[in-house]
Write a protein that binds this ligand. Sequence first.
Ligand SMILES: C[S@@+](CC[C@H](N)C(=O)[O-])C[C@H]1O[C@@H](n2cnc3c(N)ncnc32)[C@H](O)[C@@H]1O
Length: 230
Amino acid sequence: MGGWAREGYGGTGPGAITPDGCAVEVYTRLPVGDEPDVVASAVPAGARLLELGCGAGRVTHPLLERGFTVTAVDESPEMLERVRGARTVRSSIETLELDERFDAVLLSSFLVHAGDPRVRDALLRTCRRHVADDGCVLIQREGEDWHDRVPRERRAGDALIRIASADPTDDPEVTSFRTEYVFPDGTWTQTFLSRRLGKERFERALADAGLVVDTYLTADRTWVRALPLR
Ligand SMILES: C[S@@+](CC[C@H](N)C(=O)[O-])C[C@H]1O[C@@H](n2cnc3c(N)ncnc32)[C@H](O)[C@@H]1O
């Protein structure tokens, strides 16, 4: 199932698959991790949030429960159908043009590692366009050794998530990853591209989009709070 796919991205398994290869069923089932805690530690109580790439609301729903107002954006209508209690907007992040600014913009799920740097830069510009002057942008990056530590696996609820392979592409900075999501009653896969983005290059990409790192929120530097440059 599913319509168009982003080049280099794809997925297999029952049900709808998003253009970047995510299975709607997988993201409906996966439990939330520490994302809401990280967000709550970094933004004021009751903040108006813009969540980019919200999926099925795995993180959206706990954020709503904590009293945040969330506008949830995704290009997949099948994902958005699963989101409850938030205003939803179906759009690619790159082209999003809301007539509104937010206390915080969330770009999680490692979307900043887009294989195509033009996509990455467009995602960051969308963050900049939609953040209030006194607001912030929260970005989730990959861990330092993630491209090199393959295969690896972890448990999430009743799923086993296995980063099964990492294959080189024509671009030495871009890896093609294949992830398996093994549930007791079925298996899904996602293939996606990830561009290495060390601290220096990451901060340069932010600056190009008019953003500057305020603080790395977690010891592993995966979560970042950035501020709009004036
Ligand atoms: C890996 S899933 C994560 C979903 C959610 N953030 C979570 O953590 O459960 C990525 C989601 O982002 C959406 N997405 C990825 N790239 C996008 C883009 N450029 N524009 C709009 N949606 C995008 C996909 O459709 C998918 O629902």
